[in-house]
Design a protein around this ligand. Structure first.
Ligand SMILES: NC(=O)C1=CN([C@@H]2O[C@H](COP(=O)(O)OP(=O)(O)OC[C@H]3O[C@@H](n4cnc5c(N)ncnc54)[C@H](O)[C@@H]3O)[C@@H](O)[C@H]2O)C=CC1
Ligand SMILES: O=C(O)[C@@H]1CCC=N1
Length: 277
């Protein structure tokens, strides 16, 4: 896919742009970006990644091979109204929006080949964990091109469309849970007397080391946990505190609430488009 237009120029668009530009997946001069109103933001992306800004007549959409939808879910109906008459009828559409169904995109833009994906912000360093599903109009060549593009920003799993809500809860939002854990560990470490920069370094290495152990050893997380946990030792004492603090219930509830919210984002958008038509 030669020419790519990003509709929406926020954090997720930047993470994908950074990933594909760094990996050399596409030529930067063939990547265009537009947003609602923030010229300074577009200039920042242009200066940082060497990509181009969509012109005021949005003519680039007419010749785009791939249009990436990257607005907030609440803004997608308006965005689709603004671009639908301009988008090249052969263009593949790649959505990164939480909750928004393929059917909603088809009703906004017509019958295009559509890939609905859920990456995460680690795309910026080629480490996204992305889920993707397809509509029936997409060809196997187009699927392969999207898989190549998404693989350049991390790992990709093809899933049923309905499972994207759970994928969103798990790996779309997932980096935030890990950062939240890092914040809590750092606060606790400082309270225990460790200097902040030292605490930060130890935490980063601990998270990275544990993730690498999971990948490289291919062992069960429970076995790796048991290997750390000496009977009557410090880890056992720490884990007991997590268990009695409701750790499992909290994690279960976290994923459940995030998944539910993803479903709501989709149905809010459908309601909004029905009430405005
Ligand atoms: N931030 C994250 O970690 C992730 C976000 N997502 C999804 O990515 C999408 C974007 O999220 P963020 O980048 O965080 O949001 P953001 O608020 O940073 O960016 C949204 C962008 O859309 C633009 N926009 C709004 N209306 C527009 C219109 N009519 N035409 C053109 N551009 C328009 C805004 O100007 C802004 O540049 C969301 O749908 C979210 O669900 C998916 C995975 C992870
Ligand atoms: O919080 C959100 O709704 C988006 C989707 C996944 C990550 N951020």
């Amino acid at each position: 896919m030669e020419k790519i237009v990003f509709v929406g120029a926020g954090s997720m668009a930047e993470a994908v742009i950074a990933g594909i530009c760094k990996q050399g997946t596409v030529k930067t001069e063939n990547v265009f970006v537009m947003n609602r109103a923030d010229e300074a933001r577009l200039e920042f992306l242009q200066n940082t990644y060497g990509i181009s800004i969509v012109s005021s007549d949005k003519n680039e959409l007419r010749s785009a091979d791939l249009v990436v939808l990257a607005t907030k879910p609440k803004d997608i109906n308006t965005a689709m109204e603004q671009i639908s008459s301009l988008v090249n009828k052969h263009a593949v559409i790649l959505s990164v929006l939480a909750g928004i169904s393929i059917a909603t995109i088809e009703s906004g833009l017509g019958k295009h080949p559509i890939a609905r994906s859920m990456p995460n912000t680690s795309a910026a360093i080629g480490k996204s964990a992305t889920g993707v599903s397809w509509n029936s109009s997409i060809s196997s060549e187009e699927k392969q091109e999207i898989l190549n593009l998404l693989s350049s920003i991390g790992i990709v799993a093809e899933v049923e469309e309905d499972d994207l809500h759970a994928v969103t809860a798990l790996s779309g939002s997932g980096p935030a849970y890990v950062y939240y854990l890092a914040e809590a560990l750092e606060t606790a470490a400082i309270r225990a007397g460790i200097e902040q920069p030292i605490a930060r370094d130890l935490i980063i290495q601990t998270i990275e080391g544990a993730a690498c152990m999971l990948r490289q050893t291919q062992e069960e997380p429970s076995l790796l946990r048991e290997n750390v946990t000496s009977p009557g030792g410090t880890t056992e004492a720490g884990l007991q505190a997590l268990t009695s603090g409701g750790f499992h219930e909290a994690v279960f509830s976290c994923i459940q609430h995030a998944e539910k919210r993803s479903r709501e984002l989709g149905s809010d958008t459908v309601k909004e488009s029905t009430s405005s038509s």
